[in-house]
Design a protein around this ligand. Structure first.
Ligand code: WT7
Length: 658
């Protein structure tokens, strides 16, 4: 039923042969009792106290879950706490002030180490500076920074004074930044002069400046000088230098503001099914508890570990698993500014080796690249410090899974394939590495205390082996509470489709298709909405289409995902032009430029195909699913509903050799 449409291009056809967790791992794992699934079942929702117990509360909570206003659930709602105090102060109080909190590896081999004390000092100073700039509790502070230590410092400084942060990935365009600042009514911005990408200096400040031209509100801006003389910049009115501020507020401390568990910790914009990005709201108590719990139970992190999540803090993965989860547990978190292949393709393994990294967590797209480059790169280094490997962000097929397991983990490290989303806040589906068998190609069962169900169009659970929609039938602490743009959109995007409010039956719809096997292991097949996953990054095809149709001469456009060996999915654009314009290169270039300007280089298409018409139904609807099948060389179903079936053959012939 769902498969007919070809959902999920990277779907593993079969799962590979299972592996038991290595006994050397099990002996030391944080969670080893197989009874945990049953216990959580019997004690639901109180089972989630285990997560909350990993945190320090200013005011203890008494209610675990309030569900009388579903789907607006409230977790630990009568408790209060501060996220920055949980990530910093309590570790100092426990005598761990000289322990390394952040190990930063810069683009050009620079290294910086922040102990918990160093991080505490910087966070306090910047919190004092933010206050002085006028930031008050509940003001949204936008952070537009690459992977430099000032990024987590600023996030924790915001958390300290109760100002929600909205981190915008540094690679997004000026337009994308403006849209997000506007939607959040944000009057404070932290950015930098620029950053290095491969050998080049990129100007970030000019993007931030351009974004501000589009905003109605006055914005106070803080600029980190990352590039020094490599990219001189001037500060205008209402612009402040980050390091000057730290100097001015040197040695100051700011008492962490107690926040209600349900108070917003941050906002994270993500792509939805319409062109408008969604502002996903995460809270202080439930989110932090869930992030810390999964860092402990799924990633098996211990305070003495050196732990590395090679993602970007500009996305949810970095929020939960570079910043909040690991720092809440008091471990050493590695932060890497560069790319895996610069200066050479062994860069990541050199960092693992030199820092004796215990746990490594990355995206399948990176694993596919490692596999393509070959085993000789990891073989140059001693990777014996590794204890556990993880993947996140897209499906991983059995072959790259097996390669990762053998060549990086030496068959000694469990691999966790973790499924979750910006909206779930933290991992929701994964094996528990000290308990469960691993099946390459399947993420695993829902975590203890969750209830993942694969259902058909009517919301009825499908049989094992059949594909359906991935839903969650129970709330969980890290879940998004609402969308910043409104409760109504939250309900329609996630809950309306499979819930039955009359029966008080609530089902969260993930937007993914999946199937489950006899053992309850879930294989996620991919999105069923207008979202595509390019190299683990979530993009809206509608948003890209609107950038394409903005270009002069473009009559109509359809954007679909095209499967790609390294990126999982690439952006594929079909366009028809107005008469007088044709595939003259100039239009093509303008299309690519427009996409980069409205979203960023991450949405750059690999295929732009010009066609006299797009295939349409008799009622005039563009058949995007069919175009997706064509792009992927899939067999086409019935095309008789088309008004112009002849166009399909032409497009097929064209796209074949691109
Ligand atoms: C979408 C969410 C989770 C943080 C990074 C992405 C896909 C995520 C897996 C996985 C198959 C996965 C889904 C999901 N996805 N993890 N282990 N196996 N697909 O967060 O940007 O909100 O994207 O990523 O399609 O819906 P995101």
């Amino acid at each position: 039923m769902v498969d007919r449409n070809g959902w999920g291009r990277d779907r593993p056809v079969l799962t590979g042969s299972p592996h038991s967790p290595p006994s050397s791992f099990v002996e030391q794992a944080n969670v080893t009792d197989p009874g945990i699934y049953e216990t959580f079942e019997e004690q639901w929702p109180e089972c989630w106290e285990r997560a909350a117990d990993l945190l320090s509360w200013d005011r203890p909570y008494e209610t675990v879950l309030e569900d009388d206003d579903a789907p607006f659930y409230r977790w630990f709602s009568d408790g209060s706490l501060n996220a920055s105090a949980n990530c910093l102060d309590r570790h100092l109080e426990a005598g761990r002030k000289t322990h390394t909190a952040i190990r930063w590896e810069g683009k050009h081999g620079e290294r910086e180490t922040y102990t918990y004390r160093d991080l505490y000092v910087a966070v306090n100073e910047f919190a004092a500076a933010l206050r002085d700039l006028g930031v008050e509790e509940d003001d949204v502070v936008t952070i537009y920074l690459p992977m430099i230590p000032e990024l987590p410092i600023a996030m924790l400084a915001c958390a300290r004074i109760g100002a929600p942060h909205s981190v915008v990935f540094a690679g997004l365009s000026a337009d994308a930044l403006a849209t997000r600042m506007d939607a959040a009514d944000s009057e404070f911005l932290l950015t930098c002069d620029g950053y290095y990408r491969r050998g080049d200096a990129f100007n970030q400040k000019s993007k931030a400046d351009n974004a501000q031209l589009k905003l109605d509100q006055d914005v106070r801006t803080v600029v980190v000088d990352r590039l020094g003389d490599d990219l001189p910049h001037v500060l205008g009115d209402d612009e402040h230098d980050y390091h000057d501020l730290l100097e001015t507020f040197g040695g100051e401390t700011v008492d962490p503001v107690p926040r209600d568990a349900e108070d917003m910790l941050f906002l994270m914009y993500t792509s939805g099914t319409t062109g408008e990005p969604k502002g996903v709201v995460h809270t202080t108590g439930g989110y932090l508890a869930h992030a810390a719990w999964t860092t402990h139970a799924v990633l098996d992190v211990k305070p003495e570990d050196t732990y590395w999540c090679a993602a970007d803090i500009g996305w949810i993965t970095g929020h939960s698993y570079i910043v909040y989860g690991p720092l809440a547990l008091g471990t050493t978190t590695v932060m890497y500014e560069g790319t895996p292949d610069y200066p050479d393709r062994d860069r990541l393994w050199e960092i693992v080796d030199r820092n004796a990294v215990d746990i490594f967590y990355t995206a399948p797209t990176a694993v596919r690249a490692f596999m393509k480059w070959g085993a000789k790169y990891p073989e140059r280094h001693d990777l014996s410090s590794l204890r556990l490997l993880g993947t996140v962000g897209e499906p991983i097929s059995p072959r790259p899974w097996q390669w990762y397991y053998e060549h990086i983990g030496d068959e000694r490290c469990p691999v966790v394939d973790t499924w979750w989303q910006t909206e779930t806040g933290a991992v929701t589906i994964s094996t528990l590495p000290g308990i469960d068998e691993m099946k390459p190609g399947a993420a695993g069962p829902g975590l203890p205390g969750t209830d993942a169900r694969i259902v058909d169009d009517d919301g009825i659970e499908v049989d094992p082996g059949e594909s359906g929609y991935l839903t969650l039938a129970r709330p969980w602490p890290g879940m998004a509470r609402t969308l910043y743009d409104g409760d109504e959109r939250f309900r329609t995007e996630y809950w309306d489709r499979f819930s039955d409010p009359d029966d008080d039956e609530w089902r969260y719809f993930s937007g993914d298709a999946a199937r489950v096997d006899e053992d309850g292991y879930i294989t996620v097949l991919g999105r069923v909405d207008d979202v595509i996953n390019v190299a683990g990054r979530r993009l809206s095809t509608t948003e890209i289409e609107s950038a394409v149709t903005d270009v002069g001469g473009v009559a109509e456009a359809a954007v679909v995902g095209r499967s790609s060996e390294t990126n999982g999915t690439d952006v594929c654009v079909y366009v028809s032009t107005e008469s007088g314009y044709d595939d003259d290169g100039a239009v093509r270039e303008a299309i690519v430029d427009s996409i980069e300007a409205s979203i960023g280089a991450i949405a750059r298409p690999t295929t732009v195909l010009f066609t006299p018409e797009l295939p349409k139904t008799r009622s005039g609807k563009i058949m995007r699913r069919l175009l997706e099948d064509v792009a992927n060389g899939e067999e086409l179903g019935d095309t008789s509903a088309l008004r112009n079936p002849e166009i399909i053959g032409e497009i097929q012939a064209e796209i074949h050799d691109r």
